[in-house]
Design a protein around this ligand. Sequence first.
Ligand SMILES: Cc1ncc(COP(=O)(O)O)c(C=O)c1O
Length: 381
Amino acid sequence: MPDRPLPFDQPVFVTRPLLPPLEGFVGRLRDVWSSGWLANGGAQHQALERALSEHLRCAHLSLFNNGTIGLIVACQAVRLSGEVITTPFSFPATPHVLSWNNVTPVFADVEPGTMNLDPAAIEPLITARTTGILGVHVYGTPCQVDAIDEIARFYGLKVIYDAAHAFGAEIDGRPIGSFGDATMFSFHATKLFHTAEGGALAVNDPDLKRRIDLLKNFGIRDEEHVVMPGINGKMSELSAALGLEVLKLVDAERTRRAHIARLYAQRLAAHAGVSLLRPPANVRDSLQYFVVRIDPAVAGVDRDRMHERLRRFNIVTRKYFYPLCSRYSCYRHLPSAQPANLPVATRIASEVLCLPFHGGLSDDDVHRICDAIDHAIAEGA
Ligand SMILES: Cc1ncc(COP(=O)(O)O)c(C=O)c1O
């Protein structure tokens, strides 16, 4: 067995928010203070919307106070109702936004490679009540957008993508926000690009953008006209100001994360039972998470035991996304939620583990994490 590595002095988390130099942020806050304008589409908001439209190459972008409200609004804006087919392998927000729209989530199984909605599993679930598909580009790996688009066009369904993890991802050079009817990005502090709390919707249709902008501001068209039952989804000037400073750091953070990913891949290649989620060759990685799958039969240790053993070294890994959304008490009664219908997702959820992955990790940190993984495997079952 390898020597027992020393635990980290402080917990090492899966991620760490990207913090821009405080002076730059304070400079922007001064501008906000002197404008006296804290919300409702002020100068910072306008500047961030422009900057992100350019960065993400979106036809139209609307900023939100968080990604979940953005998704709720997207469902309203494209008028989802009845049933919507979605993945069980995601964060709670994905099915919950359907519930908040009085829509029943219908869970379809995922593909073993991308861990995203399996297009072949979608079609058998379509009923007269189905109005849309809510795909998730989980961990930033894109869904099979062409196959999903073909099904949606044939059956007349709307497509919304949850790209909470997919900031900066591309398929064959095409930006991730250009697929489907609407795409949501999350700018939560845990995301590579963030505004502390925040999010955005990207759409191609200018009329849809107008509807979204009304919906996120209570449906207020002007001082005397409220034209639809909207909600408050607006991003504040403070968040937008932070986002403008964080955006300056994104390219360097991506470079550092790409290096860390290569280092992990080199070290973990020694373990046949630990496989990596690698984006397909035609995909630009969002570098949001570093995910491994642990096959207990080959590794000699299962995911839960690895999670516990790494905790002893002060390494805090996450079992994203266990349990499956279909196992939540609010969804487990649904016919589509039965584990027998979701064999791939059920297996994946028991094998995935997200390792610490952010630009604040030194090469030495990554080696120490890998030493701890070596040790956890050498300990065996
Ligand atoms: C897949 C997915 N969808 C939606 C969300 C919700 O985004 P937000 O926290 O910005 O509301 C998250 C949050 O991490 C997520 O991981």
